[in-house]
Design a protein around this ligand. Structure first.
Ligand code: T3D
Length: 267
């Protein structure tokens, strides 16, 4: 890594995969506009890169991300909090990042090393795949401080566990331990903390070796839970045509017929 020691985001690149580490461990990597913008810049660079295919996100220290830095929202003196400021944090910082992670070309893995609360939970949910350490926990913490889920948290969680469960989890704002999150389908794998990043790299590199069609598969499932049948059929056909035009499809078929592993070049 070549980051300055005070970087809010640490970046490591291996082949076609990058690992972005949220780096404010003293506040469990709580989110400031500066941190979010730095993260968004790295994500945009990856999206625009000719070779990066997988983005992985984790947290430095014992937390993944404790959501919005509450020290920044004011109110400690009992004075009214500026609601317009809260809205602008969302519109100008959180939402562009959530859109890029969710709708972008790159596949996203969250390696959840510790607590993911509030918008930190939303950030983990914006990933395509979540791995977690046994110590991780997930908290829809918003109601604890009188807010509602944001940064995509209501949308993503509903898609994974259904709106009724997501609503209950948000109303009660209880910590969901990693094992329960795994049982609910929020987390794909529980990995011992000391092996979490190795497993994330392994999975990231596996995905990065895959064909171009992985990007189309991500796109295909973006709205699959809410789109009507005909719309989804049309999208499948359109993306299948694009995939069928790729060199990787030709290579996949040749490799199968020649009884060898395919070597994809993502084009
Ligand atoms: O602005 C907008 O646009 C609104 C957007 C809002 C989106 C949101 O994310 S709202 C939800 C914000 N997050 C929370 O409400 C969670 C707050 N944190 C906690 O409830 C707890 O810290 C945890 C349950 C996450 C972890 O508890 P624990 O006991 O493991 O750790 P701790 O001792 O509470 O925290 C460790 C340190 O991190 C501590 O600082 P200290 O005392 O060692 O100097 C704590 O103050 C700090 N910290 C934790 N979370 C935040 C934070 N500092 C600022 N903001 C935080 N969110």
């Amino acid at each position: 890594m070549t980051d300055a020691p005070d970087s809010l985001i640490l970046r490591e690149e291996r082949g076609d995969v990058i690992l972005l580490t949220l780096n404010r461990p003293s506040s469990l990597n709580s989110l400031t506009p500066g941190l979010i913008d730095e993260l968004a810049t790295h994500v945009a660079d990856a999206e625009n890169s000719a070779h990066i295919r997988v983005i992985m996100i984790t947290g430095a220290g014992r937390g993944f991300c404790a959501g919005q830095d509450l020290a920044l929202v004011g109110g400690s003196s009992g004075a009214p909090i500026d609601a317009a400021l809260i809205r602008s944090y969302l519109d100008d910082h959180y939402l562009p990042l959530a859109r890029m992670l969710h709708r972008g070309r790159c596949l996203v893995i969250a390696a959840v090393n510790g607590v993911a609360a509030g918008a930190g939970f939303s950030l983990a949910l914006a990933a395509d795949i979540r791995l977690a350490a046994p110590e991780a926990q997930f908290i829809q913490a918003f109601a604890r401080i009188g807010l509602v889920p944001d940064a995509g948290g209501s949308y993503f969680l509903s898609r994974i566990i259904g709106p009724a469960r997501a609503c209950e989890m948000s109303l009660r704002a209880l910590p969901i331990p990693a094992a329960e999150a795994h049982a609910l389908g929020i987390v794909s794998e529980i990995v011992p903390a000391e092996a979490l990043l190795d497993r994330a790299w392994e999975l990231g590199e596996e995905l990065a070796r895959g064909p171009l069609s992985l990007e189309y598969i991500k796109e295909l499932f973006l709205d699959a839970g809410t789109a009507d049948f005909e719309t989804q059929l049309t999208l499948e056909s359109a993306l299948q045509e694009k995939a069928a035009l790729s060199d990787d499809f030709r290579e996949g078929v040749h490799a199968f017929l020649q009884k060898r592993h395919a070597a994809f070049h993502h084009r």
